[in-house]
Design a protein around this ligand. Structure first.
Ligand code: LRH
Ligand code: MN
Ligand code: MN
Length: 429
């Protein structure tokens, strides 16, 4: 295995942290014991939590106005995988990478798979891209892809998705995520119903090509790049499509793809009820699809999403097996640092949601004790589970404080010496 961060450095970092982490962990254990929570059981549960890293997230992002490149950015998917390996080495809860095509296209996928294995990561859902034109692409997606009025463009977009499935098979993936930017910018530009029917027809062809043990994740987004209407703009259209396509199709919730203040946790509950929750693209936002670091703006919302997920798991919700992925863009931070802290934030919310006293909550709900029901959630949310997460990481060979260990390693500087600086450009990723 190719470990990018020196194991000795991590061991020394952890040795320095051990005394305080152990003391804090014991104190937390005492606190939780008073709430009848066995910290060791909790630790085992949280240690099994995993969230995938987006391959496109390790490069510096940008906006449509500008991109300010960072140092030592990955040059290609092999470098991206290497960076993802660093993240996994330090946080130990990101064992897979979600690749995006054609961005991550290579000539030999066995080589890529072996490269990933060597860096201690595997592959999660493959993402197709029919929202931008690629060099040498015969037909343009300017006016749509899977829903384009021209059958030739639709066929090209379908063929790309089929190729993604084929690549995914070679990489060991088990799901295809389809997000399209199709929609319209002016009233009258597109016929809403015919456009949706074309979406279903194209996706039917993709769905039929899925291997038996694969899933198709349909990702909705309210707006952008289309600013008047989007074909799959919300969970309603997504659910309708997933139900029409069949059992392998499910709805993926990207937290940034809703109007501000939307009750996303309730959408999650509805999709669980419908047995159609595919999973998540975690990120945070203030205004729109900001792709900010998970939990950086509204950690309580993330906790409330996990509250629904833990409730679903504990009550044995049917066909409940969500996939967890990050989907963020890092414009002003080191992407590795942002992805590490985000993965830990998501893991933290899971741990906090496991702390909700569900028996008490149900009793308060059933007796209409509004204040105590709300307080029951807040008690779990206010619990600082940092020492628990540190202990889990240290026991798994990760770092007590991933960002500090990463900075001490000098990895970014080393990469800056090897990987040439990219020029400033615009673009979402
Ligand atoms: C669209 C989206 C989708 C894409 C990714 C780059 O906004 O969330 O998941 O594949 O960004
Ligand atoms: Mn997304
Ligand atoms: Mn997005």
């Amino acid at each position: 295995m190719t470990q990018q961060i020196n194991g000795q450095l991590i061991a020394e970092h952890n040795a320095q942290a051990a005394a305080r982490v152990n003391l804090d962990y014991e104190t937390l254990g005492e606190q939780l014991a008073r709430r009848n929570v066995d910290t060791h059981v909790l630790k085992d549960q949280v240690a099994r939590f995993a969230v995938a890293v987006p391959s496109w997230g390790v490069g510096t992002g940008g906006t449509r106005f500008a991109r300010f490149p960072g140092l030592g950015e990955p040059r290609h998917v092999f470098d991206k995988i290497q960076d993802c390996g660093v993240i996994q080495q330090l946080v130990r809860c990101t064992p897979t990478v979600s690749p995006h095509f054609p961005w991550d296209k290579v000539s030999d996928y066995q080589e890529l798979r072996q490269h990933a294995e060597a860096h201690g990561v595997g592959f999660d859902a493959v993402n197709s891209n029919t929202f931008s034109d690629q060099k040498d692409q015969p037909l343009s997606y300017k006016f749509g892809s899977l829903t384009h009025a021209d059958a030739g463009v639709r066929a090209q977009a379908v063929a790309h998705n089929l190729e993604c499935i084929d690549i995914g098979k070679q990489l060991g993936s088990k799901a295809l995520t389809v997000w399209i930017g199709d929609g319209s910018n002016f009233p009258g530009q597109s016929h809403f119903r015919r456009q949706f029917e074309r979406y279903l027809d194209s996706n039917r062809q993709i769905y039929d090509a899925l291997p038996a043990d694969w899933r198709m994740f349909l990702e909705h987004k309210m707006f952008e790049p289309a600013f008047y209407s989007t074909v799959i703009q919300d969970w309603g259209s997504s659910l309708l499509a997933a139900q029409t396509l069949g059992p392998k199709a499910r709805c993926l919730v990207d937290l940034g793809h809703h109007a501000p203040n939307t009750n996303i946790e309730m959408i999650v509950a509805r999709l669980v009820h419908a047995r159609k929750l595919a999973g998540f693209h975690f990120n945070d936002s203030k205004y729109g699809d900001d792709d900010l670091d998970s939990g950086s703006i509204n950690p309580f919302q993330l906790f409330l999403v996990f509250n629904e997920l833990v409730d679903a798991a504990q009550t044995g919700a049917a066909e409940f097996d969500p996939a967890y992925m990050l989907d963020q863009s890092h414009n002003v931070t080191d992407p590795i640092e942002s992805l590490m802290t985000s993965a830990v934030t998501v893991q933290r919310c899971y741990a906090q949601a496991l702390l909700v006293d569900r028996t008490a909550l149900t009793a308060y709900q059933d007796s209409n004790d509004v204040l105590m029901a709300a307080q029951t959630l807040k008690q779990a949310f206010h619990t600082d589970v940092t020492p628990l997460l540190q202990k889990i990481r240290m026991e798994a060979g990760g770092a007590a404080d991933p960002v500090l260990a990463y900075r001490a390693s000098g990895y970014r500087k080393q990469m800056a010496a090897i990987r040439p600086a990219s020029g400033p450009s615009s673009g979402i990723v």
